[in-house]
Unconditional design. Structure first.
Length: 284
């Protein structure tokens, strides 16, 4: 199975996406499943995980609606994990295409404090009880606190988005040291995504970013890494094909099984994308 484990859809309204600033004109338009479909086909990708870009349940419902209409889409949505009625909200959102949830921890005034809240811990416990994946969107500044958080929540998969947004200028070795303790936790998986937009000033080249992929391979191993395009956000720095080719080139020396893990088999395992007879959920 070949899967893009991280992309976004939206109908663009400026008020709904305040993080899309005036300089991001490329993102100020609709990006919908029919726009992504030919890009997936060009890279022989069977399906994708549509990840939340707004912190509201309304967007989660919209993503699920699109997923119902497109057999190649599964969803990681948003829910308020601190809510007192989280159980009821989960029941109301239950859907066969809903694979997990994410919160924009990086945008909190104090990400470290947010991760340490008792209400957050209680909420993550409920999500893991229901076998939902939790995706961790943090930057390199809070990888230590993220490690403490992850160590406390080991009943189901946790996913580190975008390699924890490394400080590209400081180099891959520094990032490798920062992420080492988190990578040592066997229930934590990392997405090879978002690197091109982390490069300073949106300018990148393969030789600059490839060491981070190699460091991720050394720290997590191919069985706990997943390809993600971060489309359409990646368009701020690179076209879809260039993002996929960066990963393709970096993993080309691995065995066929190791490459297959990165290009989809790990995502299939983490998100539960096979049925009882190991058939793909994207088949129908």
């Amino acid at each position: 199975m070949r899967i893009d484990a991280h992309q976004h859809f939206w109908r663009y309204e400026a008020a709904h996406y305040p993080w899309i600033n005036a300089a991001m004109t490329r993102l100020q338009q609709d990006y919908l499943p029919d726009d992504l479909a030919p890009l997936l086909a060009q890279r022989q990708l069977q399906g994708s995980i549509a990840v939340q870009a707004r912190q509201c349940v309304a967007e989660t419902r919209q993503l699920l609606q699109w997923a119902e209409q497109h057999a190649d889409t599964q969803v990681v949505g948003w829910i308020d994990v601190t809510a007192a009625d989280l159980g009821d909200q989960l029941s109301a959102l239950r859907h066969p295409r809903l694979r997990g949830f994410r919160h924009l921890v990086q945008d909190e005034a104090d990400p470290a404090a947010w991760l340490q809240q008792a209400r957050v811990a209680c909420g993550i416990g409920q999500l893991q009880k229901h076998r939902y994946v939790w995706e961790m969107l943090v930057t390199w500044r809070h990888l230590a606190e993220t490690t403490q958080f992850a160590a406390q929540h080991d009943r189901h998969w946790l996913v580190l988005d975008h390699l924890g947004k490394p400080d590209i200028a400081r180099g891959a070795r520094v990032w490798g040291e920062q992420v080492a303790a988190l990578a040592a936790l066997p229930h934590v998986v990392c997405k090879l995504s978002g690197l091109v937009t982390e490069a300073p000033h949106g300018s990148w080249h393969s030789a600059q970013l490839r060491p981070f992929i190699e460091e991720a391979l050394a720290r997590f191993g191919p069985q706990r890494l997943m390809f993600g395009s971060d489309w359409p956000v990646c368009l701020l720095a690179a076209e879809y094909h260039a993002v996929a080719q960066l990963i393709d080139d970096a993993v080309s020396a691995l065995s066929a099984d190791e490459q297959a893990a990165i290009w989809g088999n790990t995502a299939a395992q983490v998100y539960g994308l096979t049925g009882e007879n190991n058939e793909s959920v994207f088949a129908g």
